[in-house]
Design a protein around this ligand. Structure first.
Ligand SMILES: *Cc1c(COP(=O)(O)O)cnc(C)c1O
Length: 226
């Protein structure tokens, strides 16, 4: 088995155990493989070992890998910060966007979604930890943004996403994810997706209802930005 296939098996076991611990059906939890900075060959191995959904943060890098992997039936998710001038390519080349945090970006994605494609699946990114530097809308801005996004014709609002401040403390991790779940419930909008949990905190996220865990390091190893 390749290292990636072994890592997928380990992450799968963590997801199953976490689901069992909170009485959830693990079939309701998707594994989104975060492949930023990793070569197309690593994605090919992960697909051979059973994964279909891949998350990328940097548009140009993602487009290059998509071209190289166009023989595979992969589902691409954009999960990084979005500049307005990148919305057209995102609307054209992805099935999901997890990182929408303002109406202008949502409006552009809807207007630029090619008519032959199904509605673009959207998660609104919420800053639940309140640090000034992080992307995401505030909990206060969320209801109006969510309401407006449901009106856009070529988007399908699926749910919320968050990247909490990193913590090694399980209770702190879980409090942030519980906050996102509660914000989603209060919207009262028939949403089915909570995109939350990464390599170090997927158990806490699953305990609070995650339906996508976004996993990079635990599948592909540490990232090298040098
Ligand atoms: C990089 C990244 C991840 C994956 O993080 P790991 O800690 O490597 O699992 C998940 N979500 C987003 C938005 C990311 O940018």
């Amino acid at each position: 088995m390749s290292t990636i296939a072994e890592n997928i098996a380990k992450v799968g076991a963590r997801i199953r155990e976490a689901a069992q611990a909170s009485g959830r059906d693990c079939a309701t939890i998707g594994l989104l493989a975060v492949s930023k900075t990793k070569p197309a060959a690593a994605i090919r191995q992960a697909h051979a070992a059973g994964l279909c959904d891949f998350g990328e943060n940097y548009l140009q890098e993602a487009l290059e890998k998509q071209l190289e992997l166009s023989d595979l039936p992969l589902i691409w998710h954009f999960i990084g910060p979005i500049q307005s001038n990148k919305t057209r390519a995102i609307a054209e080349h992805f099935a999901w966007v997890h990182s929408v945090d303002r109406l202008k970006v949502a409006e552009r994605l809807s207007a630029q979604r090619p008519p032959h494609l199904p509605a673009l699946n959207i998660c609104l990114q919420v800053n639940v930890s309140g640090e000034a530097s992080k992307s995401g809308c505030s909990p206060e801005e969320l209801p109006a943004l969510a309401q407006a996004v449901t009106q856009l014709p070529n988007l399908k609002l699926r749910g919320l996403m968050t990247i909490p401040q990193p913590s090694d403390d399980r209770a702190t991790q879980q409090a942030a994810f519980a906050r996102l779940a509660e914000l989603q419930a209060r919207l009262n909008l028939d949403l089915d997706t909570l995109s939350m949990g990464m390599s170090h905190d997927l158990e806490a996220a699953i305990a609070e209802g995650a339906t996508w865990v976004r996993i990079g390091t635990a599948l592909f190893g540490e990232r090298d930005y040098s």
